[in-house]
Design a protein around this ligand. Sequence first.
Ligand code: NDP
Length: 351
Amino acid sequence: LTTAKSIIYSTHGEPKDVIKVHTYTIKEPEDNEIVLKTLAFPINPSDINQLEGVYPSKPEKTLQYNTTEPSAIAGNEGLFEVFKTGPGVSSKFQIGDRVVPIFANTGTWTSHNIIKEDQLIKLPKDLSIVKGATIGVNPATAYQLVNNYGLIKGDWLIQNAGTSAVSQMVSQIAKTKGINVISVIRDRDDFDAVAERLTSQGATKVISESQNGDRDVGKELAKLTGGNIKLALNSVGGKSSASIARKLAPGSKIITYGGMSKQPVTFPTSLFIFKNIQALGYWVTENTKADPAGKVKDTEEIVKLYQSGQLKELEVVESVWKLDEFSDEQVRDLIVKGLENSSKGKQLIKI
Ligand code: NDP
């Protein structure tokens, strides 16, 4: 039997107040079940929103972890090693292989877990721990945003929050397909240095939010792009979304996948009427549920981009959970620190 230690919750609220460290025994794997040992997991904004109870997708709370109240394990992505296999598991999965879950809500903030083989994607062993542990959310989102909306070589896309992890991956993936990218970033003192870094990654042009709202800059961009901006990717909302939508060619789409400014998405009525712009949403969780095979295929393509050096791994801040040494209190402190620092860079917990 395997002893597991997991970060669980039975109610929602301030994350640090609702998480508990819980130790329990995982049964022997039956049929096509696999016991996994965790290598690393990130703390993503959606994990925090899930603990707060404000995220529409959440795992079912159960008694299977031997808790007194129905509970769920926190976390939605992570990298695992195959630790024990059930008798019906295919030869594709061998002890020591590295895997990630296909679906959200798997419960990844844990030392071990048990899961059916058809819910796992096998990754090459030489893919770095950071790349593996963070492959399911940000790179997958970027990959699908670039690939799912009919863009072809020579097209342009415009995106706000150009400095975000997703946007940086969008630029790199777009570059591999010959798609041009305009990244809008917030005004800042070190604009030139940041713009240079983003263009070296693949953004064709970087502009500030104040330039985004400027009509003359809009005219210059229309000239530069030949009026061929076919997609706007919005993760900010407010005025920023209106300004990127205004630059679209008639009949194009604006996709909203985040709301960093916490402002509603606004844009002029005339864009609907005279330019027939479509405003749509994107959610990787729902896309994965609707098309799990597509998620597996996209993950394999992302692995290839990593292996060919066309995609850089996410920048993370690493902490180590020393499984054999840490008391429950120390584990809790580690996670609480990760939660507190999550606005200062992507936190990754290695075990
Ligand atoms: P990061 O933490 O890497 O980046 C955050 C970005 O938001 C930075 O570009 C930052 O800009 C910008 N930002 C922060 N606060 C504000 C603000 N008040 N107004 C405008 N911009 C702001 O984020 P991720 O790449 O991990 O995620 C980006 C977004 O995508 C999030 O909203 C996330 O929830 C969403 N997302 C959605 C998915 C989906 O399926 N729909 C999947 C994955 C992510 P600056 O550099 O100026 O600080």
